[in-house]
Design a binder for this molecule. Structure first.
Ligand code: DX5
Ligand code: ZN
Length: 227
């Protein structure tokens, strides 16, 4: 066995970015969780902001993001599960967001929101819930940097992965080619060692993982196993 990571031999080299979700970290030790991601092979910090309105849960907001930004160099991938996200675009940029993802279902003027995010100097992401048809993104796909395909209903970590996500990745790849989009396909919810390889092979560019990283006995080992 070489190195401290027992999963090393079972790891296929997968060409995706891993984005651990801080939602499942111990909030009393958030700085340490950020530092763990920084010192690992993970690419981005995934940061879930929930308002108790768009989703039935409240997580954390701007002051927390601003505070942990000091501990990080890797991109902050901020996923807004909030209504009226347009009101806060500059505030999230100022707090340290590098990517800002809004929900299709929360935006009446999605194209305007995307323009505002890019205009504020961030990468623009659009998340869609499991019930939202992938092809509804056709007319904005060329203008966005990330599509976040929710593979659970948003609001909580540790939920069961929805299997239909695989065919939704396939549909999104077709739409991406048709529209000339370069958007990354990000899968969010229920990602684990059991499905990461198949997701990556199907076409996921980014895998978000909360519970399977921070719920593990050793989160550093868990990150290695998902790379
Ligand atoms: C769910 C969030 C996810 C969540 C994923 O609403 O958007 O980012 O943290 O958690 P796991 O990986 O535990 O399903
Ligand atoms: Zn998320």
């Amino acid at each position: 066995m070489e190195g401290p990571f027992p999963f090393r031999y079972f790891r296929a080299s997968m060409p995706h970015i891993l984005a651990p979700s801080l939602l499942s970290a111990d909030f009393a030790e958030l700085g340490k969780a950020v530092e763990l991601i920084e010192s690992s092979g993970a690419g981005w910090h995934h940061i879930d902001v929930m308002d108790g309105v768009f989703v039935p849960n409240i997580s954390f907001g701007l002051p927390v993001i601003k505070s942990i930004r000091k501990h990080a160099k890797k991109p902050f991938d901020v996923h807004l599960m909030i209504v009226r996200p347009d009101q806060y675009i500059n505030a999230f940029r100022d707090a340290g967001a590098d990517h800002l993802t809004v929900h299709y279902e929360a935006c009446s003027h999605l194209h305007r929101s995307i323009q505002a995010i890019r205009g504020a100097g961030m990468k623009a992401g659009v998340a869609i819930n499991p019930h939202t048809r992938v092809d509804l993104l056709e007319d904005v796909l060329a203008d966005i940097d990330i599509v976040c395909l929710m593979s659970v209903n948003p609001g909580f970590g540790g939920q069961t992965f929805i299997e239909r996500t695989y065919s939704r990745i396939e549909a999104l790849k077709v739409l991406r080619a048709k529209t000339g989009s370069k958007a990354l396909i990000e899968i969010d919810g229920g990602v684990s060692q059991e499905n990461a390889k198949r997701l990556s092979e199907t076409g996921a560019d980014v895998l978000v993982a909360g519970n399977s990283v921070f719920g593990a006995v050793d989160p550093g080992v868990a990150i290695q196993a998902l790379l």
